[in-house]
Ligand binder design. Structure first.
Ligand SMILES: [Zn+2]
Length: 420
């Protein structure tokens, strides 16, 4: 049966302007299209959401579901059972969905945790956004991104890489995440050297692409971005030390950038609870300034930019997409483009052909917020309605919504602002 939702504004994920005086028409789990409200047939039930904005469900392209967003975000993962880690991850996933995140890309966890959560969601045991995961990340022996007995796998040489990538897919990974550089904390190879060789990265790309899968790379420093682009990866995470020439090459090759501005902003101006050594603080300030520059260069070159929060990381609460959108705007993106980064572009990064826009035939993953998020990113915290594949996850049922009932905004760990 068809159902229509009318709202003051509709952001469809494609158009440069929000549509006024329109309604979103759904049938079951699918979007039928957007029609002028006045032209809807009288046989179609309409929910009038009033002064709301309807838009595609938000997508977060860089999340760590196992981490808790505290100053020491991996503390519990290191001490608790895998069962507890899984349950906490499921709770965060559910809270994120209820707050409007209908899909996310998980960027690294202890082996098996996130694929199991995906199985649970498929079986109807857990409520979750669509999750695209790497299972666990790959690094070199002694490199950044591995914690003994917790997460990450060490891989050395092209043959080992091929075998490891095959094993990851066998274990339920959707894509491959390579750790090509260290981090501002000086871990692993730091920021100056690239961790993997070109041959190792090419082996990962070749093996993933043969199976229609993608490769995302943690690459902060210049050398690591260079080798990632040369290897033909699909997406660069962070990319702080991007240059004009590399941005041009990324645009040519269709490589996405997920700059994750939020963690660098937090590290550059840390809350009192997050104590950083002086040199890390200095490096973080540089990394923050470089990340703003990277967004500017990427945008000028025509690189598609995704919105990823690094949620779960130090002092980054889960469901912080609105904060990343606000930072992308601060970095120079027009508000509509920043919202499209968190919807249509992120859907492309995740490889979800049926998500990210409100176009006919797509899955009905839909969000409605009070007010206009293009003028006021805080509007994202005023969630009125969340539909996952056409099913109401958050918000009043149709009749109550017509009466102006408020939708729920749930959640421990669903807060808009950093709470640590
Ligand atoms: Zn991350």
């Amino acid at each position: 049966m068809k159902h229509a939702y009318r709202a003051a504004r509709i952001i469809d994920g494609v158009s440069e302007q929000a549509l006024a005086g329109h309604a979103l028409l759904l049938e079951g789990s699918r979007i039928v299209g957007i029609a002028r409200a006045a032209e809807l047939g009288s046989d179609v039930p309409v929910t009038d959401l009033g002064d709301c904005t309807l838009l595609p469900g938000l997508i977060d392209s860089h999340v760590h579901l196992v981490d808790d967003g505290s100053p020491r975000p991996r503390g519990l993962v290191e001490t608790e059972s895998r069962g507890m880690t899984l349950l906490r991850s499921a709770q965060r996933a559910s809270n994120s969905l209820r707050a409007g995140v209908t899909a996310l890309r998980d960027m690294g966890a202890p082996t098996g945790v996130i694929p199991t959560l995906k199985d649970a969601a498929r079986a109807g045991v857990a409520e979750s956004p669509t999750i695209v995961c790497c299972d666990t990340q790959l690094t070199i022996t002694g490199g950044y991104g591995r914690r003994e007995n917790v997460l990450g796998r060490e891989v050395d040489g092209a043959d080992d890489m091929r075998k490891t990538v095959r094993k990851l897919f066998k274990d339920g990974a959707d894509f491959v995440k390579l750790m090509a550089s260290g981090q501002v904390s000086n871990a692993g190879a730091g920021l100056e050297a690239a961790q993997f060789t070109l041959q190792e990265m090419q082996a990962a790309v070749d093996e993933a692409h043969r199976f229609g899968r993608k490769v995302a790379v943690h690459a902060v420093g210049l050398k690591s971005i260079e080798v990632s682009v040369a290897a033909g990866v699909d997406c660069i995470e962070h990319g702080n030390f991007l240059t004009e020439a590399l941005a041009a090459r990324m645009a040519e090759c269709g490589i996405f950038l997920v700059p994750t501005l939020l963690p660098y902003r937090v590290l550059a101006d840390p809350p009192a609870e997050l104590v950083l050594p002086d040199d890390v603080r200095r490096k973080s300030q540089v990394a923050w300034e470089k990340s703003l520059e990277a967004v500017r260069l990427a945008r000028a070159a025509g690189v598609a930019i995704g919105a990823g929060t690094d949620s779960g990381g130090p002092c980054i609460a889960h469901n912080s997409v609105a904060r990343e959108i606000a930072l992308l705007i601060e970095a120079g993106l027009p508000a509509m483009q920043a919202v499209q980064s968190a919807t249509r572009i992120n859907a492309q990064i995740l490889g979800l052909d049926d998500a990210g826009t409100l176009q006919a035939g797509k899955t009905a993953d839909v969000l409605a917020v009070d007010g206009d998020p293009l003028r006021d990113p805080d509007a994202f915290t005023r969630v009125r309605l969340v539909l996952k594949a056409g099913r109401v996850v958050t918000g009043a049922p149709a009749a109550a919504a017509r009466d102006g009932a408020q939708g729920r905004y749930l959640g421990e760990e669903s807060s808009f602002s950093c709470r640590c």
